[in-house]
Design a protein around this ligand. Structure first.
Ligand code: HEM
Length: 223
């Protein structure tokens, strides 16, 4: 295999590129899901029509394949890099004080990533799998009623807690990952870097908060 994929520098580069693409996915996914705040039958039909568009439009289907490939690449490269870092890091030396030399999130990207992966698997089996392979009822306009599946899932306090805790993990993962990805890709400048860091911190709070509010809202308004 070529050095373009195999070297550890190339792996970091692909982690950064796929990570930034997944950030774009999160923005689009949150924007679409904000329609879940629209109340009543109108909100239901609008969301189901949107879900139909997202699963049938050819351009979105290509983006969807790129999203799944990015998740896979990000996870595999992440595991390889975490294992390599663990092997290379000096352990148990008196002078090795990781907590003083780096922030908690940067040292725990692997643990946070594992929580996020567990969330994605649960999440896809909750919604995406049911939409693609389940036999769901239709709404009053004839669209497959994915809205009903989401409303039903978030009646469960366990799911609401799983979603909220997972969004906290995503927030911490992005807190380090967002600006780190730009550095890895060579975007480093004394006037832009502080701006990118601030944008990264804002992104890592606003996006997970937006996602977390959805199950909380559905739970509070439907039970
Ligand atoms: C409250 C928060 C969320 C809700 C209500 C939600 C809802 C949904 C629904 C209904 C689908 C299936 C239909 C569609 O593709 O739009 C879906 C797919 C998906 N979701 Fe979420 N989602 C949430 C958060 C997230 C988060 C935080 C992530 C990533 C960390 C994520 C990753 C995905 C992925 C990868 C798919 C498959 C997309 C595709 O087919 O291309 N979701 N989500």
């Amino acid at each position: 295999m070529s050095g373009l994929i195999k070297s550890s520098l190339a792996k970091k580069y692909w982690m950064a590129a796929t990570g930034l693409f997944l950030c774009l996915f999160l923005v689009g996914h949150l924007a679409g899901n904000l329609q879940l705040f629209i109340p009543g039958e109108e909100g239901k039909i609008q969301f189901n029509e949107y879900a139909k568009f997202m699963t049938t439009n050819p351009i979105v289907r290509v983006l969807s394949i790129v999203t799944f490939a990015s998740v896979l690449f990000h996870v595999i490269d992440g595991i390889i890099l975490t294992v390599a870092n663990k092997k290379a890091r000096p352990q148990n030396y008196a002078y090795s004080k990781p907590s003083k030399n780096s922030i908690w999130t940067s040292r725990n990207m692997g643990v946070l990533g594992t929580i996020i992966l567990a969330f994605i698997i649960t999440h896809l089996s909750n919604f995406w799998y049911k939409m693609k392979f389940g036999s769901l009822p239709v709404d009053s306009a004839g669209y497959t009623d994915l809205h009903g599946v989401v409303m039903e899932a978030f009646q469960s306090p366990i799911y609401v807690i799983i979603y909220v805790v997972s969004m906290v993990a995503i927030g911490f993962h992005l807190w380090h990952g967002f600006s780190s990805a730009f550095k890895t890709m060579g975007v480093s400048h004394k006037s832009y870097t502080p701006l990118i860091e601030k944008a990264g911190y804002a992104f890592s709070v606003i996006i997970p908060l937006g996602f977390a509010l959805i199950p909380i809202y559905v739970f509070l308004t439907n039970s």
